[in-house]
Ligand binder design. Structure first.
Ligand SMILES: *Cc1c(COP(=O)(O)O)cnc(C)c1O
Length: 362
């Protein structure tokens, strides 16, 4: 096997990050969000690392809940988009998955559920401004009462909302969403869950009974200009490959598809075995940093399917075979994401099957 593109998942970092979340979240319980194959880190792997620590897991799809149960996890598992069809209800009862109730269409399915299959725990999703999933605040009380009266629904109905821009620590949007939530739920019984990762960092008043953290678990930040490390988190994924060639090009020569990079002087160009076929973003611009043997340098020209090209002028001792770090320890994925016009979550979620996943305990 000659291709050596490796994503190393740091299990110790996952545990450190969950402990750090607890430090920030006060008494709130922590729902570890492991949707999208744990943001690309591997669902079973991450769940195993956090099994003793997470108060609940949150997934986007029932199939992921099934994978967690099959792996032996007995925690509470919340399905963040709820049942999508009437037949999902019995499956959720069988697997003891918790349903998110966000739309009128789901109510008759729940009302018709068979109580003999066991009580279904539900969370009522209220749309306080994201305008994606959720009931209008003016309907929250009515739906809450309906749910509590349903024979197959557990009497403790949770209350949930989701922030649209909690990574903006100043400004009105989140303040307004918190106020709408309070107004819609004031006096209702049941546990509250409002905060995503950015809210855990910037909106302590939104902690409530549960926080739902994804990004921070993996050491990822969506706060503009900041990486997880700036808040005391550690990257859970380091992506590496090897240098497979070093070419000495003359001033004026062009590099890569469409020749978008022109060498400003005679210079060494390194070639590393990774590309968009592995999930490295094709949109990464000339100047995006990488580490070669630990030395910071940058990519030049277009990212291709299997290879990237690197300006090695700042790494004169680089040799073919040297390790190249694309992101992770020593190079925040947030920096790479910004250079590719996206967010860190998008990059870690995008690893393809060609990447070899390994674990370490660090
Ligand atoms: C994905 C998701 C989260 C987690 O968001 P992070 O920013 O990764 O912490 C929380 N709640 C809901 C409803 C989500 O869809």
């Amino acid at each position: 096997m000659s291709r050596t593109t490796v994503a190393t998942i740091h299990l110790g970092a996952l545990r450190h990050n969950l402990a750090r979340i607890r430090g920030l979240a006060g008494d709130a319980r922590v729902m570890a969000v492991v949707k999208a194959d744990a943001y690309g880190h591997g669902l079973e792997r991450v769940a195993r690392a956090l099994d003793d620590e997470a108060d609940a897991f949150a997934v986007a799809a029932i199939a992921d809940g099934l994978r967690l149960r099959a792996a032996g996890h007995r925690q509470r598992i919340v399905v963040l988009s709820g049942p999508d069809t009437p037949s999902d209800i019995a499956e959720m009862q069988r697997l003891r998955l918790e349903a998110l109730v966000h739309h009128d269409a789901q109510l008759p399915w729940l009302a018709g559920a068979d109580p003999a299959r066991g009580p279904l725990r539900v969370w009522l999703k209220i749309d306080t401004g994201m305008h994606r999933l959720g009931f209008a605040p003016s309907h929250a009380r009515e739906v809450h009462a309906m749910l509590r009266a349903m024979p197959a629904v557990d009497g403790e109905v949770g209350l949930m909302t989701h922030f649209a821009s909690s990574e903006v620590f100043q400004g009105e949007a989140t303040v307004q969403q918190m106020a709408r939530f309070r107004e819609a739920t004031d006096g209702l019984p049941g546990p509250r869950a409002l905060s995503n990762s950015a809210a855990v960092l910037g909106w302590p008043e939104a902690r409530a009974d549960w926080v739902r953290t994804g990004g921070l678990l993996y050491g990822l930040s969506v706060v503009e200009g900041a990486s997880g490390a700036d808040f005391g988190f550690r990257p859970a994924m380091t992506l590496t490959t090897r240098l497979v060639a070093i070419n000495r090009l003359a001033r004026g020569e062009r590099v890569g598809y469409n020749g978008t990079y022109v060498c400003p002087e005679d210079m060494p160009i390194g070639v590393a075995a990774i590309g968009y076929g592995d999930g490295y973003p094709r949109s990464a611009a000339t100047g995006t940093p990488v580490l070669v043997g630990g030395v910071p340098v940058s990519i030049v020209g277009r990212v291709s399917m299997d290879l990237i090209t690197i300006d090695l002028r700042n790494a004169p001792s680089a040799r073919v075979g040297d390790r190249v770090t694309l992101w992770g320890e020593g190079l925040p994925v947030e920096v790479v994401a910004a250079s590719a016009g996206t967010i860190a979550y998008d990059l870690t979620c995008g690893m393809t099957r060609r990447v070899l996943f390994v674990e370490d305990d660090a």
